[in-house]
Design a protein around this ligand. Sequence first.
Ligand SMILES: Cc1cc2nc3c(=O)[nH]c(=O)nc-3n(C[C@H](O)[C@H](O)[C@H](O)COP(=O)(O)OP(=O)(O)OC[C@H]3O[C@@H](n4cnc5c(N)ncnc54)[C@H](O)[C@@H]3O)c2cc1C
Ligand SMILES: NC(=O)c1ccc[n+]([C@@H]2O[C@H](COP(=O)([O-])OP(=O)(O)OC[C@H]3O[C@@H](n4cnc5c(N)ncnc54)[C@H](OP(=O)(O)O)[C@@H]3O)[C@@H](O)[C@H]2O)c1
Length: 546
Amino acid sequence: MTMAMTAPAHVPAIPTIPDSAPFNAAQRAWLNGFFAGLLNRGGAGAPAMQPAEVATVSSDAEEAMTWHDPALNLEDRLQLAEGRPVERRLMAAMAQLDCGACGYVCQTYAEAIASGEEKDLTKCAPGGRETARKLKELSSSIVPVASVTVRGAPATTVPAPVPAPATTPKGHDRRHPFAARLLKNQPLNAPASSKDTRHIVFDLHGSGLTYRAGDALGVIPENCPDTVGWLLEALDASGGESITTTDGSTATLHDVLLRHVGITQPTVGLVQLLGVSASDPDHAQALRQMTAEDGPGIPEGHEVLDLLKRFPSARPSPAAFVGALKPIRPRLYSISSSPKAHPDDVHLTVAVVRYVNAVGRQCRGVASTYLAERLRAGQKAKVFVHASHAFAPPADANVPMIMVGPGTGVAPFRAFLQDRAASAGARGRNWLFFGDQKRDHDFLYREEIEKWIVDGVLTRLDTAFSRDQAEKIYVQDRMLERGREIWAWLQDGAHFYVCGDAKRMARDVDHALTKIVAEQGGMSAEAAAAYVSDLAKSKRYGRDVY
Ligand SMILES: Cc1cc2nc3c(=O)[nH]c(=O)nc-3n(C[C@H](O)[C@H](O)[C@H](O)COP(=O)(O)OP(=O)(O)OC[C@H]3O[C@@H](n4cnc5c(N)ncnc54)[C@H](O)[C@@H]3O)c2cc1C
Ligand SMILES: NC(=O)c1ccc[n+]([C@@H]2O[C@H](COP(=O)([O-])OP(=O)(O)OC[C@H]3O[C@@H](n4cnc5c(N)ncnc54)[C@H](OP(=O)(O)O)[C@@H]3O)[C@@H](O)[C@H]2O)c1
């Protein structure tokens, strides 16, 4: 069977079953619907819709999902989901950030796994290995669904039908982003620093968008034009090729690659497509192996361009190529301003991602370099507000806050402190732990922070500059030095917050907090862990980690 290919404005090609295929009208209609749904929801190897576009089984309003709180630890989340259907337990295993890194939100990623439509259990980046392990364990109990193979296309499984969203959102959101003008892009590190962090300001005037301290801003980036150029060269395409979109309109290949699809991370579908299009049998074999059930997987750190370079005989048509990529993914950034201080604009604190990848090629993070290098002041970017579920300053401005935010982790705490500074009569004490590499180069927002101390907004500041001395000093080392005071603040009802790197820092801070509770509270390790877990359940332990 062959499939007719068209590719979309914002989502690439949806294949349809041709009339000549051996199916009756009802079967054809069902299969067309299935493929459209599969491609739109990011099934194996297929382009996925943006997270909020994914249909959901039921809304939070209809069903309480008490585990949907990033502050809770994995065990507590799973406990809250106990006895619920497998898709809810799978959801509870995720980081609950709805960050979109997986191409879904937590609920719809879980549903896609439960339906058999999504095979990749490692997509929850903030949840890391712990989540992946749990997903594997939980999904082993799922009964596999029927398998449909389309000749010349990746094998796939039939998912359970998922109803369309019940309501159309009003105003600007992930599906209807606001075109916000860039007002500022200022370096926050000294020129001699090895880091590049930017203070980014967008104008929200006239958008109707509102936000709260603790929310994040979603940015829909454009890809790097150099990468687009290299891909076109590798595909031997001019970029002017016309790509037909699902809504019947056309766009040039260049435009689709620049604005509409993710062009860095290879999808399983792309590797399968390269495999079937490779004229060199060795290339075809190596590509097939990568996606085989027990194969090695797509080599770590390889981007799409690296695969095209490594397998020069694998050259699919431009339409098929973009059809195998996913729609470009929005990136979230913790908002570093308070609407009380900046009602018409929104501030971000962005670490620019640049690194040399596994094959020695200089790579650039798509969104962070879009914001830092390509978007010019006065130009507009597509943004939306991503409300946080449980990460906000205490409702009572008299309650103390302990904030641990090294590097870009300081972002939401700048917002929290602006919030408190702007709230007349707020008497709550505020304690910030900040860290980065070098005091002279990397003390982000130093002047503002020091002014808050002078003004009495910031009660305490502890800094950990990791590379100012031979031995690394991190924020959790400072916490341990101040264990007695931290315990006293907690006893006074303080809320504890951590923001920044999830993989190492937030985990180590959690261990330090538990150790402090055990030592200062005279508790066993188990009792201390239960105390910290209760802090999270009672919304006194907020985590905004990535
Ligand atoms: C809730 C939330 C809040 C966030 N807040 C902030 C914030 O305030 N500030 C901020 O800067 N970021 C924040 N992030 C992270 C942000 O969303 C993006 O993930 C980040 O900017 C990278 O996006 P990018 O498009 O530039 O990089 P991408 O193009 O997405 O590339 C990132 C990928 O590059 C690879 N990579 C990165 N570094 C290396 C390396 N050294 N070696 C090898 N491979 C590497 C990894 O595969 C990584 O996944 C937040 C994320 C979430 C979920
Ligand atoms: N998902 C993504 O694509 C993405 C994008 C951007 C950032 N991130 C993550 O978010 C983090 C934020 O980057 P950033 O520039 O804001 O700051 P950062 O790299 O986290 O560094 C801030 C400070 O934290 C220190 N640190 C390193 N390991 C630590 C640990 N285990 N515990 C406590 N502190 C530790 C660093 O020290 P040293 O460097 O001296 O060790 C540095 O002094 C990055 O580390 C990265 O992991 C992820």
